[in-house]
Design a protein around this ligand. Structure first.
Ligand code: PEP
Length: 280
């Protein structure tokens, strides 16, 4: 059985002392779970100090990005070679890299290859925009993103990476419905099976990302083939992130949450009833 993987992407938040405090709080709350791997992706600035602070039985580190050349005259960049032995994982092709920083398909392919070359497991993010979904292009978009990013890999390498399905319209907005996640996850595994082999499709870990909070964890983990989450905003709150890990642990033990709905001032969060409305 594949271990669950829960990755917190802190994005461009938290200076060194704030990041250290968050790790301290998370370490107090998150227990060592044999079947759950918890990964923190802080800013590049704090990877080094956090590598000395984290309890390695509880956490591993990921970079949010890195450059595909190993070294050279690339002002402002950090390479996967420099991150070797500092991080286990490297997020590649996050939608913010694709859409805000104009990273194209070949660049993402080269970053996947660079991560693997440097013994860092890529967490390849794929997903369609709202416009693409509305136009009925979701499968084509996923196909193109997978085809390019995985094009230089062997079957063994393809089976060892992590793919995060993150519909762009869901990020920071509203979690997709389990039925929709099912379709995308099936498509990803089917693609890897067809292009590589059955073993690669079985070994590959597939995450869901997009407005994950404790309330949606068990419903999404019940989707066959989902191995965990890539979490943005909720990973910056230690109670919420620890709640996601605990909910996943309870799900593994077959214990339903019964978590009360989180209340926002003036109303409930639009999760259970509204989740995925846009994707229908
Ligand atoms: C993300 O940006 O990868 C993400 C999933 O963000 P959020 O959880 O805030 O939707």
């Amino acid at each position: 059985m594949r271990r669950l993987l829960i990755v917190g992407n802190w994005k461009m938040h938290l200076n060194a002392s704030q990041a250290s405090l968050l790790v301290h709080r998370l370490q107090e709350r998150i227990k060592i779970r044999r079947n759950i791997e918890v990964v923190l992706a802080p800013s590049m600035l704090v990877l080094q100090p956090l590598s000395l602070q984290i309890d390695r039985r509880k956490f591993r580190l990921a970079s949010q990005n890195a450059y595909f050349h190993d070294e050279g005259a690339f002002t402002g960049e950090v390479s996967f070679t420099m991150l070797r032995e500092l991080v286990h994982y490297g997020i590649v092709g996050h939608s913010e890299r694709r859409h805000v920083f104009s990273e194209d398909l070949p660049m993402i392919r080269d970053k996947v290859a660079a991560a693997i070359r440097n013994e860092i497991t890529p967490i390849l993010c794929i997903g369609e925009t709202k416009h693409e979904r509305d136009e009925g292009e979701t499968k084509q978009v996923l196909h193109d993103q997978l085809m390019t990013a995985l094009s230089n890999l062997t079957a063994h390498e393809a089976g060892s990476i992590v793919i995060a399905y993150e519909p762009v319209w869901a990020i920071g907005h509203v979690a997709a419905k389990p039925s929709l996640i099912q379709t995308a996850v099936d498509y990803v595994r089917g693609y890897v099976r067809d292009v590589f082999n059955e073993k690669a499709a079985k070994n590959l870990r597939v995450l869901y990302g997009g407005d994950v909070a404790p309330e949606v964890v068990q419903g999404i983990l019940s989707v066959p083939g989902v191995d965990g989450f890539l979490v943005g905003r909720s990973s910056l709150n230690y109670e919420t992130f620890a709640g996601i890990v605990e909910s996943a642990h309870r799900w593994q033990r077959g214990v339903p949450d019964g978590t009360p709905q989180r209340q926002a001032p003036g109303g409930t969060w639009p999760r259970d009833n509204e989740a995925g409305k846009e994707g229908e």
